[in-house]
Design a protein around this ligand. Sequence first.
Ligand code: ZN
Length: 252
Amino acid sequence: MGFVETEAIVLRKYNLSDADKIVVVLTEKRGLVRGVANGAKRLKSKFASSLEFFSRIHIHYFEKEERELVSIRNTDLVESVFGKLSNPEFYDAFAEIADLLIRFTPPNEPNERLYNMTKHCLMAGASNEKYVKSVKVYFEIWLLKLGGFLPEWNECAVCSRSLTGDTATGMGLDFRLICSDCERPRVPVSYVIRDCYNFAQRTGPKKFAKRVDERETDISGLAGVIAKISDAVLERAPTAAGTYDGPEIDAA
Ligand SMILES: [Zn+2]
């Protein structure tokens, strides 16, 4: 409790009143944090432009016990992606990433690996617009992995044989893989999908995106599989825990 200074990424803003905003940030030291920025809507606000969507900032805030909303004292811009937001592909991908972070992450629980992963995805996505799609898939894989929800795809879930090379596989109901000797694949998972899935877990987002781009890999198959796993996880763990349910006053 008390004052906290940390790096953070701005995920969402709501208007709280005529002058104030509620800001949702992913912080390096405290995980997902919701805070009030007093006067943020005023023209000459001390927060200036540092509260833009997906800006990386230094944030200084005060937290009180038993209170979920912290009080933001000041913020300094570290890096802005404002120039990228006009690209709809970038905007949509990162809006979805923000949404997933808010839904998956319990508030005020430090998770430095999640922060660094998100930061590197942001930097990779901003570095080259061709990377955006694969960076988003990379992010989703790691969000599941860090939450302990990502199934191991190294061996058959039934006979435990290791799945190497071009072994034909399908996905079971629990999202683990089953080799074609054990079961005729209902949802086939190709070698390319498996290879990308495993490569993403061994490398950084930029290297992953670069390889996908250079080899012209079609990652929509992988994206579809990952989306299915995310949906199933979110269904089991209802969103209420991490979501700000207050009114969307921004439209007012
Ligand atoms: Zn098998």
